[in-house]
Design a protein around this ligand. Structure first.
Ligand code: ADP
Ligand code: GLC
Length: 476
């Protein structure tokens, strides 16, 4: 089983994709599957690679002067990794997709075409004489070409799965760049081609190339074949509904566990919640908020993008403040949202604290110290922070979409959907509920007892892989 992706926690992460790419292969290994990953050789990934052997060496692929594929392990991870060392494409400061100023790298087409090329050829058995997977599992648009190139391979026996983590990011490039991919021209045309509204789309390549498509929650799997959630790809998805499966993500207990989280000043669990009160007091103090155990403390840990619906939270803040609530927000992204949150924090420093940027330890301290975590997302393929909230006794307040609808209900959190209810209304409900400590604690404990580990997801994936392999062995 080869997982192909652009991110893996803790080496490179911009969002939940990284958490999944670290945890799912590990969970598959625990289920007895030989799961490995293929990653671009960003500096942080290469720096973590140990005990590696050279598997392939070449030049000229997608403009890369020198390309080496290495196989080894990444320090701190049990999952064997293939890493593409192509300095011309990956050896640079900045993020995996953007430079330090937030501009997309101009050669992203080549950077992720190379990832797809290695994914497909490793899967086809062309690259590593010592290992060939039975299944190629490609994640999000960055790995989309792997599915398509493998489908075109004349001698393929390997089956492929493509997982949509977020349909809104599609990897679109000018049609004029298609020749750079070195693919036959029939790969462009019609419903079966990677052309999409006058561009080439790596996401579409993944969708049309794979034998099966999964996404990260059952509700999102039902949403995306519709115009409201399909981001223009609903037609392609409708043509493949038989092959489309929703498998809910889990929580990596090695990373997110309040009983032994090393980022916390005090640990706790469902039987002994005292440590959580200490985490709350310390968080309030650290963030400059009034230290009061009776003030309901709401949290956001999020990318600040249109998807996350945080403009709705801005609208609800006057109600929250007037009712004695507090907010701590950690996030970065959209400049207008960043400055709007900075402004309210400046106006209400005792009630609102905003930290812009990316900070893993602080994310843990916020999830542990807050009373509630807010996700008013417009769409949410799965969402991981509400799951972290559940595990940490931090009550989720969510919009009823995607994975949020599948993981949060009235027994463990608060759910709204316009027009029946609004974020402002459920925040007020949550504040009222917080004033009844026994009931609030019952809700916290109910959430903490929910099992959101990875083993259930891993067994769903194993069943899917087996189904694909059986179908290949006995074609109808
Ligand atoms: P998405 O992948 O859409 O961003 P998820 O809820 O699946 O949403 O995953 C987000 C992940 O990124 C979580 O692990 C969350 O803790 C983390 N995260 C988001 N913003 C920050 C931040 N500013 N600092 C640290 N971690 C963050
Ligand atoms: C995406 C989605 C998020 C999901 C994550 C991991 O980034 O936005 O909802 O949890 O991928 O699958």
């Amino acid at each position: 089983m080869l997982h192909v992706a652009a991110e893996m926690f803790p080496f490179v992460k911009t969002g939940g994709l990284a958490d999944v790419v670290a945890a799912l292969p590990a969970a598959l290994q625990e289920a007895g599957v030989d799961a490995r990953v293929l990653l671009p050789g960003y500096p942080a990934v290469l720096a973590a690679l140990v005990k590696s052997r050279k598997v392939f060496e070449g030049s000229g692929l997608y403009g890369a002067a020198r390309v080496t594929l290495r196989h080894g392990t990444l320090r701190g991870s049990e999952v064997p990794a293939y890493v593409i060392d192509a300095p011309y494409l990956y050896a640079r400061d900045g993020g995996p997709y953007q430079d330090e100023t937030g501009r997309e790298w101009r050669d992203n087409l080549q950077r992720f075409a190379l990832l797809g090329w290695f994914g497909a050829h490793l899967a086809a058995g062309d690259i590593d004489g010592r290992w060939q997977p039975q299944i190629l599992h490609a994640h999000d648009w960055h790995a989309g070409l792997a599915s398509l190139i493998l489908r075109l391979h004349p001698a393929r026996t390997t089956r492929s799965v493509f997982t949509i983590h977020n349909l809104a990011y599609q990897g679109r490039f000018p049609l004029g760049d298609f020749p750079l991919l070195g693919l036959p021209s029939h790969c462009l045309d019609g419903l079966d081609g990677m052309e999409f509204h006058g561009d080439v789309s790596f996401m579409k390549a993944g969708l049309i190339g794979a034998d099966a498509i999964t996404t990260v929650s059952p509700t999102y799997a039902r949403e995306i074949p519709t115009a409201e959630f399909g981001c223009g790809l609903e037609g392609v998805l409708r043509s493949r509904t038989r092959d489309l499966h929703g498998i809910l993500n889990g929580v990596d207990p090695g990373v997110w566990n309040p009983a032994n989280d090393k980022h916390l000043a005090a640990n706790y669990d469902v039987a002994q919640l005292d440590g959580k009160s200490r985490c709350k007091a310390l968080l309030q103090q650290q963030m400059g908020l009034t230290v009061r155990s009776d003030a309901p403390l709401f949290a956001v840990v999020s990318r600040l993008s249109q998807q996350k619906g945080l403009d709705l939270l801005l609208e609800a803040l006057p109600t929250l403040i007037a009712s004695g609530g507090q907010l701590v927000l950690l996030g970065s992204g959209d400049a207008a949202l960043e400055s709007a949150f900075r402004e309210v924090a400046r106006a209400h420093p005792a009630a609102i604290a905003v930290q812009l940027g990316y900070d893993e330890p602080l994310a843990h301290r916020i999830v542990a110290g807050a009373d509630a975590i807010v996700l008013p997302s417009r769409f949410e393929p799965c969402g991981l922070t509400q799951l972290y909230g559940l595990r940490y006794g931090t009550v989720p307040i969510v919009r009823r979409v995607g994975g949020l609808a599948d993981t949060v209900d009235a027994a463990v959190g608060f759910v709204f959907l316009e027009p029946e209810s609004t974020l402002t209304a459920v925040l007020q409900q949550a504040i009222d509920a917080f004033r009844e400590p026994a009931l609030w604690q019952a809700r916290m404990r109910a959430g903490m007892r929910r099992d959101h580990g990875w083993s259930s997801a891993a067994s769903h994936y194993v069943t899917l892989y087996q189904t694909l392999l059986q179908a290949a062995a006995s074609p109808s």
